[in-house]
Ligand binder design. Structure first.
Ligand code: ARG
Length: 461
């Protein structure tokens, strides 16, 4: 085993198991680009401030760029026995440049280095996830546009409740996803402060320029307190929290899709490319994708608990416990991306079985509220209208008919206020069209929601 960079103080080599136990390169290796990006900014600043010579600075930057190119081309493999990505890049630089390479770590610690790498890495991930969520929103909107008149039952307690449209239902998810986007944006904004230059914990005696490294790396500003700079992992927790909510939304949507493609509902049919079969039951077509999304939500929530629990007892400043942050947050971002990437085309290709939705809406007396409202509009107090309608529903159930097919004489036995026009008032399409209140399911009201969502996507509101 090669000597550790910190070997000076030690009289023995590290036990092999300890080395493997301690090493994080297996999972932080993915930050190589961000590590090099941070190091280039640091070397530039060291050169500009005269802490190292300009020539050394330029040589270091050139060396780092070559290492980056070699990793990307596959010419340079990450060494799995290295302690972490930071040590690996620095050792490689020194291998290539000799003593000049050893100057890079002047006035820097791995504690501020890892903090800056992780912020840079997650900033990119947030941008990527946000784009995926935007595409999902666009997909939902385009389905909604086709279904502003597709009547379906709205549910409470999973009991048919009142008539809505598929578009109205879908646009509810668009609202949730917009909040997710906003939360991701907020997290990115709060995360965008630069810990580089905080050193191990107590800053540095060199005359550094933290503003410069912060600017070079596109941060809003350097972090104000060096202890906080190296100890803070709020951004991991916040990001995981935002993504737990995103997954919660996808999971609820998934649960509905699972129900909707059951024989009991049969509201939709998934495309063959986005469903799976059974090894024994030839008739099966299973919604595995949505079930996996529901399952992976538990895993993402687990990562949130990992991060919160990892942090809750840590004294300032850096503690090695914090190395555990990466596996948790990386697992979260990886799985969220997988889920959104799979969910979007599955949704785009599913077939909507409008007639089945409509038939379900026609059963279950979901126009009963409208029947009561009809009487209210004719002057009856709501509670009395409610009671009369309830009695009529009971009568329908007994006779095996619906409110639409119950003869007018039966209505008029309850009150003379009922006339033939009651059938217009309880017609399902009419019931939906009349629900024009702001945010409601009427085609016009949903069109407003769609228009606003499109403007929001374009950043116009
Ligand atoms: N691999 C470490 C991590 O991920 C880097 C920081 C190490 N700092 C230290 N003082 N040992 O947290």
């Amino acid at each position: 085993m090669a000597d550790m960079m910190w070997a000076g103080r030690f009289s023995k080599q590290v036990d092999e198991n300890v080395n493997a136990f301690n090493s994080s390169i297996a999972f932080d290796g993915r930050m190589y680009r961000h590590d090099i990006q941070g190091s280039i900014a640091h070397a530039t600043m060291l050169g500009d401030c005269g802490i190292i010579t300009k020539e050394d600075s330029l040589q270091i930057i050139g060396g780092l760029k070559e290492i980056l190119a070699d990793i990307e081309s596959g010419d340079l493999q990450l060494d799995p026995s290295a302690e972490d990505i930071h040590m690996f890049v620095e050792a490689e630089l020194t291998k290539r440049l000799g003593d000049v390479g050893k100057r890079l770590h002047t006035s820097r610690s791995r504690n501020d280095q890892v903090a800056v790498d992780l912020r840079l890495y997650l900033r990119d991930e947030i941008a990527e996830i946000s784009e995926l969520v935007k595409t999902l929103i666009e997909t939902i909107i385009s389905i909604a546009k086709e279904h502003t008149e597709t009547v379906m039952p709205g549910y409470t307690h999973l009991q048919r409740a009142q008539p809505i449209t598929l578009a109205h239902h879908l646009m509810a998810y668009v609202q949730m996803l917009f909040r997710d986007l906003e939360r991701l944006g907020d997290t990115a904004k709060r995360m965008n402060y630069c810990p580089l230059g905080c050193g191990a914990l107590a800053g540095t005696t060199y005359k550094t320029n933290r503003q410069q490294t912060s600017d070079l790396l596109g941060f809003t500003a350097p972090m104000e307190n060096s202890l906080d700079g190296v100890s803070d992992r709020d951004y991991c927790v916040e990001l995981n929290c935002a993504l737990s909510l995103l997954m919660t939304h996808l999971s609820r949507f998934s649960e509905e899709i699972i129900m909707w493609c059951s024989w009991e509902f049969k509201f939709i049919e998934l495309d063959d490319a986005f469903a799976t079969g059974s090894s024994i039951m030839p008739q099966k077509k299973n919604p595995d994708i949505t079930e996996l999304i529901r399952g992976k939500t538990g895993r993402v929530n687990g990562n949130l608990v990992t991060l919160l629990t990892m942090m809750k007892g840590l004294p300032l400043a850096y503690n090695k416990d914090m190395q555990e942050d990466k596996e948790a947050i990386f697992d979260t971002v990886d799985n969220v991306k997988l889920c959104v990437r799979t969910f979007t085309p599955m949704l785009a290709t599913m077939r909507v079985l409008k007639d089945n939705m409509r038939n379900a809406a026609a059963k279950g007396f979901i126009n009963a509220t409208d029947c009561a409202d009809y009487l209210v509009k004719k002057g009856m107090p709501f509670r009395d209208a409610y009671k009369i309608t309830g009695t009529l529903v009971a009568e329908c159930i007994e006779k095996g008919v619906t409110l639409e097919t119950l003869p007018i004489e039966e209505y008029r036995k309850m009150t003379e206020l009922f006339t033939e026009d009651v059938y217009d008032a309880i017609d399902l399409s009419a019931c939906v069209k009349e629900r024009k209140s702001y945010g409601g399911p009427s085609p016009d009201a949903v069109k407003v929601q769609i228009e606003n969502a499109e403007l929001k996507l374009k950043g116009q509101i």
